[in-house]
Design a protein around this ligand. Structure first.
Ligand SMILES: NC(=O)C1=CN([C@@H]2O[C@H](COP(=O)(O)OP(=O)(O)OC[C@H]3O[C@@H](n4cnc5c(N)ncnc54)[C@H](O)[C@@H]3O)[C@@H](O)[C@H]2O)C=CC1
Ligand SMILES: N[C@@H](CC=O)C(=O)O
Ligand code: NA
Length: 430
């Protein structure tokens, strides 16, 4: 390898452009820290003519990222194109096959093929680094693999999607419509190419599956993650949450319980005053619980050009320094499967918003059904009188089993006095 570490950059969009800018702006101080320069020698992107506001003269261009991956003047391939399969997967496979270290920001790829790609990398003594893939600029993968390496981690959770947090925060403060705020998040470079991955919770699930693998020493198991997005969260729910002392956040949560692991993504009511309740906008937060250290919380920007590129370049710095740790924190052959725990086994508190016809007997029928399923009520809010018309009713339950809650809800939804699909949001502790 030459004294300069030569990077092949596959993808020159939001993240790729950020990488080029950081290497340009902070090139000298990064070289001082690594003892060698990091330079992009070749790039690949779909549109060669696009004005990116970056000087690419002196950098080779490859139309096909797979060709970029095997170039002789490339030591490390940075994959920032996106997508779980196709060009991204083939580029990473080609790079590892050709003996090149790989850095990627692509959580869909790692959540889907991470274990197999880690085997390819470790068999060849190569790095496969993905700090940018989880919580953008927050160095959470490094924290788990290095700073927290002394601990048994039993729980990791947090706000892992900047787009959703931006939308939920903005809906609360400005009252603007969901679609409008989503378009703004897209314009700011936060959203995925397909933003349904963000709002549908899939992007959070990709990140959670990766976090759980590193935290618990298990192979990535994306299929085991229960996923719900924020599409059903309304301005009304946000206002009721405030009134009841909560904020609504999309959380990814993974926890060991006995021999199993529970991995879930869904909107949550987080108590005001909890450390993550005030994490707003594009910021993410990751909370870990280790047996020796206790709780640690990392907060920072989870998406966008600068924060994401910061994490990509940090991975390049590790490689330039000669640091090649096991991909998931321990050799991939030692990762052991952990049985998934179904969400039906959750025991917790629930927020329920029903839209019901205001007439005698309706509430009795609802509370009787809940009681039959052993769901007991902690608080109830019934607003306004509108005889014969639909009014909102909000219920906060005591601790109850998810399976019972869902069974009661299925019955209540079928009442002809219940006018909209019930809104259920799980309440979490601090
Ligand atoms: N934008 C963000 O805030 C973050 C993005 N990521 C991840 O980083 C990756 C890149 O994201 P962005 O930069 O936002 O995407 P982008 O859409 O802005 O850029 C993608 C780049 O890849 C190129 N590309 C795509 N397919 C290609 C192909 N088949 N051949 C050649 N070039 C191809 C495009 O031309 C473009 O230059 C994705 O995996 C994303 O999930 C991760 C963390 C944060
Ligand atoms: N679309 C993602 C980008 C970073 O991972 C997000 O909004 O968090
Ligand atoms: Na990160």
């Amino acid at each position: 390898m030459s004294q300069t570490i030569r990077v092949g950059l596959a993808g020159v969009g939001t993240v790729g452009a950020g990488v080029l800018k950081i290497l340009e702006t902070n090139g000298d101080l990064i070289a001082a820290r690594c003892g060698r320069r990091i330079a992009v020698t070749a790039v690949s992107a779909r549109d060669r003519t696009k004005d990116r506001g970056i000087d690419l003269s002196g950098v080779a261009w490859e139309d096909d990222p797979r060709a970029l991956a095997v170039r002789d003047d490339v030591d490390v391939v940075v994959e920032v194109m996106g997508g779980a399969n196709g060009a991204a997967l083939e580029t990473v496979e080609a790079a590892l096959g050709a003996g090149k270290d790989v850095v990627t920001a692509n959580k869909a790829l790692i959540a889907t093929h991470g274990t197999r790609l880690a085997t390819l990398a470790e068999d060849r003594g190569l790095a496969l680094a993905f700090e940018a893939a989880v919580a953008g600029g927050i160095p959470v993968i490094k924290a788990l693999k290095e700073g927290l390496a002394a601990n048994r981690i039993d729980r990791v959770y947090g706000i892992l999607n900047g787009t959703c947090n931006y939308i939920l925060s903005d809906m609360e403060t400005s009252g603007r419509a969901f679609e409008l705020v989503l378009r703004e998040a897209q314009a700011l470079g936060y959203a995925e190419a397909d933003p349904t991955f963000d709002v549908g919770g899939i992007d959070t699930a990709h990140k959670l599956a990766i976090l759980a693998a590193v935290a618990f020493g298990m192979p990535v198991n994306f299929d085991a993650v229960h996923v719900e997005g924020i599409e059903q969260v309304s301005a009304e729910d946000i206002a009721f949450a405030r009134e009841l002392g909560y904020r609504i956040k999309l959380l990814g949560m993974a926890r060991r319980r006995g021999d199993g692991v529970d991995q879930r993504v869904h909107p949550c009511m987080v108590p005001l005053g909890a450390p993550i309740a005030d994490v707003d906008g594009v910021e993410n937060a990751v909370v870990t619980e280790g047996d020796a250290v206790g709780r640690t919380i990392l907060v920072g920007r989870g998406a966008g050009e600068g924060p994401t590129a910061s994490a990509v370049v940090a991975d390049l710095v590790d490689i330039a320094r000669g640091l090649r740790l096991p991909v998931f924190g321990q050799p991939v052959g030692t990762l052991s499967d952990v049985a998934p725990i179904d969400i039906a086994e959750r025991v917790g508190v629930y927020y329920l918003r029903l839209t019901v016809v205001d007439k005698p007997g309706v509430m009795a029928a609802i509370t009787t059904t809940l009681a039959r399923h052993e769901v007991s009520i902690d608080q109830m809010i019934q607003r306004g009188r509108a005889p014969g018309a639909a009014v909102p009713v909000v219920i906060i339950t005591h601790e109850t089993r998810e399976a019972e809650m869902q069974a009661a809800l299925a019955e209540i939804s079928a009442f002809d006095t219940v006018r909209e699909a019930p809104h259920l949001i799980r309440v979490v502790g601090s």
